[in-house]
Design a protein around this ligand. Structure first.
Ligand code: DWN
Ligand code: SAH
Length: 408
């Protein structure tokens, strides 16, 4: 089948396939097992516009709806991070007398509540109605919609132009970035800025963090790809700032051409990407080989645990874990259950692999021999919370950057 780049439309061949995948956040009950939806997860790298992307994606409405399972507030450190992010945007870019800021993918309002508390005019655009409803409990003005040109037109007619469009972990979820760029162009005033941060391609490749690839993440951006995409719409990249969040992210700042000065950070990051061969196809062939090795090592470790009669429980039913469990064919034979703090996931089963999801309280009733860390991006926060697990002789199984056991 001929597949085209979503950005520049040249033909792109997938460099690997992770096989058939379910909806990453499609937690389900046994009555729905036989109707479960699958698509083929196959990433490709466009050598023309240098954008890393998945070549088949389920319709957005299948992923983002009234039962969306991810709530940003499940990580205390992310809540702190969003406060610092919001303060930074305010200090750097909201310098007019009555600024207006729009966030897309505002989820449960963890970012925008920081503007709301300061009485700054704001609006969240969030298509998943359950998380949008949660945001309203924090006095966050939220509209339930997908961001596109039509949404931007409605915002401008109701509120006027915006000083900043901000986002975290959502730009990489939207297949039609041409519409997004047109919407942004319509929405922002002449000095307006776009600020967003997303998982960074350089970190994903360096750490073999293949679980960043799943249905919602249609793109994994590099500095070069972001610069290319938005340059078609009269926006230039004026700053990049690496972030430690979600296992390695990048914050991008864009402004209309020649309106603001360009920081040296952009050139520096572009050089880093060239030095690390992010523009070359061969990099992705090597990545595929490391994914295959990671899969082999993880299955080996879990099978050894099983043959030694050791009990393994998964820690956090992340979206990322759906790729790992299905790519490695890990099921309830190897993992007893996955513990997760999100009520909407509890009592259900993991997508595809059908491992039971139980509450955190269930885990605390009696630690297993081993915990498989699916939320490796929140390792610091989780290790602090679970220090007694290692003290009591437990061991962590981790797989990013390498498959390994952590013991006291
Ligand atoms: O881009 C996205 C990021 C921001 O969030 C989305 N596409 C979906 C989601 O990805 P994820 O599910 O991989 O996110 P996290 O933040 O790695 O995982 C959150 C899950 O982990 C939640 O279900 C809660 C759970 N968790 C837990 O059980 N105990 C998290 C922490 C920190 C904990 O201590
Ligand atoms: N910004 C939050 C949530 C990230 S999860 C955080 O970083 O924690 C991605 C979010 O983007 C979901 O809440 C999803 O419903 C939303 N989303 C998906 N497509 C969107 C679109 N086209 N416009 C706006 N939001 C979208």
């Amino acid at each position: 089948m001929k597949l085209n780049c979503r950005i520049c439309e040249v033909t792109v061949q997938p460099f690997m396939s992770f096989g058939k995948m379910p909806i990453a956040n499609g937690f389900l009950t046994p009555k729905d097992f036989d109707k479960e939806y699958f698509y083929e997860l196959k990433p490709g790298f466009c050598e023309n516009c240098l954008t890393f992307q998945i070549l088949e994606q389920p319709d957005p409405e299948k992923m983002f709806h009234q039962n969306y399972a991810f709530f940003s507030r499940t990580s205390r450190r992310m809540v702190d991070h969003f406060k610092a992010y919001a303060d930074w945007v305010k200090n750097e870019y909201l310098t007019t007398s009555n600024p207006f800021v729009v966030e897309i993918g505002s989820n449960d309002g963890s970012m925008l509540e920081n503007f709301s508390k300061k009485n700054i005019r704001h609006l969240g655009i969030e298509p998943s109605s359950n998380v949008a409803e949660e945001a309203r409990k924090y006095n966050v003005n939220t509209s339930c919609a997908f961001f596109n040109l039509t949404t931007a037109e409605k915002i401008v007619s109701e509120y006027g132009e915006a000083d900043a469009l901000i986002a975290a972990n959502v730009m990489c979820h939207i297949p039609d970035l041409h519409e997004v760029a047109q919407g942004i162009d319509h929405l922002l005033n002449s000095m307006g800025v776009v600020v967003f941060e997303e998982p960074y391609l350089g970190d994903m490749i360096k750490n073999t963090a293949y679980d960043q690839i799943y249905d919602e993440h249609v793109y994994i951006f590099s500095t070069r790809s972001v610069k290319n995409i938005f340059s078609k719409y009269g926006f230039e990249l004026i700053e990049v700032k690496p972030q430690p969040t979600h296992g390695g992210s990048m914050r991008y700042v864009l402004a209309r051409n020649e309106k603001r000065s360009i920081s040296k950070s952009v050139e520096k990051q572009l050089n880093y990407e060239d030095e690390n061969n992010l523009h070359l196809k061969g990099t992705y062939d090597l990545f595929r080989e490391r994914c295959e090795l990671s899969r082999k090592n993880l299955i080996d470790i879990l099978q050894k645990q099983k043959s030694n009669g050791r009990r393994v429980v998964g820690y956090a039913a992340t979206s990322k874990s759906t790729t790992v469990l299905n790519y490695c064919s890990i099921g309830p034979d190897l993992i007893d259950f996955i513990s997760d703090t999100t009520p909407i996931k509890q009592g259900k089963y993991s997508p595809g692999a059908h491992i039971p999801i139980l509450s955190y309280e269930e885990l605390r009733k009696g630690y297993p021999d081993s915990l498989l860390l699916f939320a490796w991006n929140h390792k610091t926060e989780i290790m602090e919370k679970e220090f007694s697990f290692l003290e009591k002789g437990g061991e962590w199984i981790v797989y990013v950057p390498d498959v390994a056991l952590i013991r006291k």
